[in-house]
Design a protein around this ligand. Sequence first.
Ligand SMILES: NC(=O)c1ccc[n+]([C@@H]2O[C@H](COP(=O)([O-])OP(=O)(O)OC[C@H]3O[C@@H](n4cnc5c(N)ncnc54)[C@H](O)[C@@H]3O)[C@@H](O)[C@H]2O)c1
Length: 391
Amino acid sequence: MNEIPTLESLKEQNTDTQFPIFNALQSKEHEQVVICSDPETGLRAIIAIHDTTLGPALGGTRMWNYNSEQEALIDVLRLSRGMTYKAAISGLNLGGGKAVIIGDPHKDKSEALFRAFGRFVDGLGGRYITAEDVGMEEKNMEWIYSETRFVTGIPKSLGGSGDPSPVTAFGVYMGVKACAKKAYGTDSLEGKRIALQGAGHVASYFAKHAAKEGAKLFISDIYEEKAIKLAKEVGAEVVSADAIYGLDVDIFTPCALGGIINDDTMGEFKCDIIAGGANNILDVEDRHGKMLVDKGIIYAPDYVINAGGLINVAGELEGYNEKRCHEKAAQIYDTILGILDYAAEHEIPTYRASNILAEERIKSVGKIHKIYSSRGHFTGRFGEMYMRDRG
Ligand SMILES: NC(=O)c1ccc[n+]([C@@H]2O[C@H](COP(=O)([O-])OP(=O)(O)OC[C@H]3O[C@@H](n4cnc5c(N)ncnc54)[C@H](O)[C@@H]3O)[C@@H](O)[C@H]2O)c1
């Protein structure tokens, strides 16, 4: 085992005397970061809890081959903060958290590693509740679940909510309709020309809703066969992955990757609305959010319109009910309209408006915590619900 350096030797190297970790946490107002290490299984994970004002911090676990520990820390801090805003604006009684497991998802997975991780999650007693994210599979979630009940997004066969993409897509569809209402005075998508980027899970369910309402769809995917298959199902036209940006359409609906609104693509858009399910659509939030305003394009903030996935897994905490999750995802319509109105009234980009509204909710609900309640904040009720739900 390597020797632990003495304080004197650290001072000589002039490292870490400024508490860089606390600085990193405080700069984005994180509450807690848990470093999880288990050499036997090779587990190296970081759990970040950003804010628990509204409830336990819920957010997925990502497994990724980060180039450095610093990169992993920055990622988990950024992602967990995003979850706080997503839960808050969606009216959920949840805080924001996220976890990252450092490792190659193709090589470093084992039952023991995920079970070790599950025990760390369990040790947080419900302050953090995990779910599936990039690099994780259903089987991995089941291993985590065998060590802790604080997991959502598990298969339906285990009492969970299963694939979230139908609810995500329904929320996206409602959000697109809200944008249409703002732009055209009616939320009907009949006859509207929609460019759909991606033909994966979310895109496919979205396409079915939009086509049923009479929208004219143009679909692209880097795997053309996926676009062709979906286009056949919904009576759409296939376009190339590059051509999708510059199409003469009413609505552009990105349901593939993040960062697609950037300096290169900005000049191409001819649409009135950009609203879709992909995460982190704006390459640089401030810069590209502002540029869309200048171009007169209505932009639905990604973390608001794609919150159906979170709404779906959050439903597990109350005993999963698909109909109720759809009803809650339908409220994305009103949330988006509220954001568009607020942005117009205050002459700010829509992503800014939604951040402000999310912060206001956290602040106002946080204030009621000053009132003493015999039940504690949330853990008791959550614990009870969970016991009832999962036995
Ligand atoms: N699945 C959910 O419930 C959910 C929830 C919230 C957010 N999201 C976000 O929505 C997006 C789509 O998720 P998904 O679950 O449908 O993923 P998916 O992997 O099923 O589909 C993504 C599709 O995009 C295609 N693609 C990748 N790059 C492309 C490009 N440049 N041009 C055209 N197509 C491209 C892929 O080939 C794939 O078919 C992701 O950004 C994801 O983070 C998903």
